[in-house]
Design a protein around this ligand. Sequence first.
Ligand SMILES: NC(=O)c1ccc[n+]([C@@H]2O[C@H](COP(=O)([O-])OP(=O)(O)OC[C@H]3O[C@@H](n4cnc5c(N)ncnc54)[C@H](OP(=O)(O)O)[C@@H]3O)[C@@H](O)[C@H]2O)c1
Length: 313
Amino acid sequence: MKRTSAPQRIVITGASRGIGRATALALAERGAHLVLCARGIDALEEVAAAARSCGAASAHAIVLDVADDASVRAGCRQVLELGPVDALINNAGGCEQKTFLAQAPEQCEYETVVNFLGPQRMVRALLPSMLERRTGTILNVSSLLGAVPCPTTATYSGAKAALNAWSHALRGELTDSGVRVVVFMPSHTDTEGGARSRFDGVYLLPLDYTVRELLRALDRAPRSYTTSPVFRMFLRVAAVFPVWGERQVARSTRAVLASSPKPHAPPRTAHLPTPSPDRTPWSRGAPRRTEPSPPPSTCSDSPSEQTRAKHPS
Ligand SMILES: NC(=O)c1ccc[n+]([C@@H]2O[C@H](COP(=O)([O-])OP(=O)(O)OC[C@H]3O[C@@H](n4cnc5c(N)ncnc54)[C@H](OP(=O)(O)O)[C@@H]3O)[C@@H](O)[C@H]2O)c1
């Protein structure tokens, strides 16, 4: 998004807290028209009021659930009534840090929808108006974990990786259309959402740092943008040595893995063929005749009982 003197109309999903809220307030200082979306109206209204007092040209709160297609369509109709959109920041998302089998299937599906289908729905609703005006920026907030998948966040990593691939494909479709697509990949950042995950040894980025990086990505609109030079270098090396990269990330989740419930290992005998009286598991050729087995032992057949019977004293 080029910085021009005219105020830009910017839609932010997940604007009620964390990265979305802080981005809204930073853009307010630039005098932008803000359209703030999330599910909770009270928190959104508070951000809208704060944005106006920080210098926003306007700030509107629109309730919208990116996990619900009808809600996105209704919300985006309201967005377009306010005027044309210059930039869409698809930021709503979240992660439940759990091993795959420990995560409820409904939660897996929800996480995939919010992180992957949510941005698609917003783009489906708002891209046509950008194409009509032949201008616009779509910034999809992904994650470092979308580029280097991580144990304990398999669903999240998968959804963000899908978001990355879809964004890059969309950019190819929009060549020469005037609309730009950016993948923004923050690493672990100090927010309410970030605090729900634990990555030992990974530097927790201050929120204002991540937001400064996001604004830089919005202004420059590169193909993708990773927060901090350290993580940019990490991704470059990990692209050449993926196993090394995955090991580094996995190391940070050892403690979470160790405290996670272990999937039940099947009993060893489950892999063996069912023994039959005529065929032992190790016999390959003709069935072997075996002596009839003795009747099942009882307590009185135990060695001590037998010994006592032979030596009654
Ligand atoms: N923080 C990190 O460490 C980190 C690192 C990498 C990437 N990211 C990504 O950055 C984005 C923001 O993260 P954050 O840490 O700021 O999260 P956060 O503090 O949990 O805030 C999430 C925001 O998204 C909104 N939201 C959640 N579900 C929604 C839904 N179904 N529909 C509409 N809005 C919804 C929430 O508001 P309501 O609950 O009111 O809807 C809230 O405004 C996410 O996409 C996340 O994956 C974060």
